[in-house]
Ligand binder design. Structure first.
Ligand SMILES: [Zn+2]
Length: 377
């Protein structure tokens, strides 16, 4: 982190935001952490939860400090309050209305201008207030960190749509949307598992597993919404990325992302070919993975041996039509097949940056948390 917080001349007036959108447990924290290793990019995790989790609940930042004690977030918040005159409680109320209410989501889709979106009379401010405060937060992050791009992996398509309105109608931010999709069966396997609350491990509360039919429907709904939001944004600023492509062949995906965001790919490519650890940074909310220090990119194949035949059939009957639109097939390609149980050869995977992405084989032996899922549904 820089020693001073004076605005740098290279910081643009409109903050440049890369928003990772899609269903939970699709690998967004992995991608967010990776992108944040670039010297021009600041990774922030699920920024939608910044005020609630960080300031109201006082949860841990990935640097190990509680958010109010984290130097970076303290300075960001101080600058944000000074510049935008933001009231944190009022902001959280507005954010909740815009991003969590279905009625507001439909208004954002259907109303011709964002000024017409009604958030209710019992809330302080309106959509414009929400938009200006949100843009002010991104701007404060850019200025304090002296980075030119902020990666926000909040995922929620409603927030994505609000950001599209802020970019295209209100000219408050420069926005690139990344719709991250993971095979519905990998998602369903991840969501089926339960986790006990363990704040140090990045799990803020107990998480109960869901039956696969429910997760298949949820995956279909969220990704359908994300498709609609993606089509609302300028074509050249919207990109679909499959998580499986990123973890199995990262270099082409990373080059594509660099061209898409328009920053030099060098630092990411170099990282892929080095043993340099991934810095944990200051991820304020998201996958429990953000609290880990040893991660390795590996193909996402665990679901193939863990889900029963009946579960795979149910998932495919409910969500196969949508999965096919992203290029997934009922029978994975030979290169995507899991190794037979008991196979003794070393697990495959990309030798990325020493610390970070664990394979299924590793976590069976170490008891560590899986990498490719998010602790937040
Ligand atoms: Zn921190």
């Amino acid at each position: 982190m820089p020693a001073h917080a004076q605005p740098s001349s290279r910081i643009p007036q409109r903050p440049h935001v890369v928003f990772i959108m899609g269903a939970g447990r699709s690998g967004s924290t992995v991608l967010d952490l990776f992108l944040g290793q670039h010297p021009l990019v600041q990774s922030v995790g699920e920024l939608c939860n910044f005020v609630h989790d960080g300031w109201i609940e006082r949860r841990l930042c990935s640097c190990g400090q509680r958010v109010p004690e984290c130097e970076l977030w303290s300075r960001v918040t101080e600058l944000w309050k000074k510049r935008s005159q933001v009231d944190l409680e009022a902001y959280e109320e507005l954010r909740n209305r815009v991003e969590e209410r279905r009625s507001v989501l439909w208004q954002m889709f259907s109303r011709p201008s964002p000024e017409q979106v009604q958030l209710g009379k019992d809330v302080r401010g309106n959509f414009l207030t929400y938009a200006q405060w949100t843009a002010g937060l991104y701007q404060a992050i850019c200025e304090v960190t002296e980075k030119i791009v902020v990666v926000d992996s909040s995922k929620n398509p409603a927030r994505g749509l609000a950001l599209v309105l802020m970019a295209e109608r209100l000219d408050l931010i420069d926005l690139h949307l990344v719709h991250l999709v993971r095979d519905v069966r990998g998602f369903a396997w991840s969501v089926k598992k339960s986790f006990r609350s363990d704040e140090q491990a990045g799990v803020a509360h107990d998480i109960r597993g869901l039956p696969v039919w429910r997760s298949a429907l949820a995956w279909t709904f969220v990704n359908s919404m994300a498709d609609l939001v993606r089509r609302r944004h300028e074509t050249s600023r919207s990109l679909l990325v499959r998580y499986e492509d990123f973890v199995s062949e990262p270099t082409p995906v990373v080059l594509q992302l660099a061209g898409f965001i328009a920053i030099p790919p060098g630092p990411w490519v170099e990282l892929l070919h080095s043993d340099r650890p991934i810095e944990p940074g200051h991820i304020v909310a998201g996958n429990r993975l953000r609290m880990q220090r040893h991660i390795r990119l590996r193909p996402d194949v665990e679901w193939q041996s863990k889900l029963s035949f009946a579960e795979k059939m149910v998932i495919w009957l409910l969500a196969g039509w949508k999965a096919r639109s992203y290029g997934y097939h009922y029978r994975p390609a030979a290169s995507e097949l899991d190794q037979p149980v008991g196979m003794t050869s070393p697990p495959t995977g990309h030798p990325l940056a020493g610390p970070h992405f664990l394979a299924s084989h590793d976590r069976q032996s170490t008891g560590s948390s899986p990498v490719s899922e998010s602790a937040q549904p």
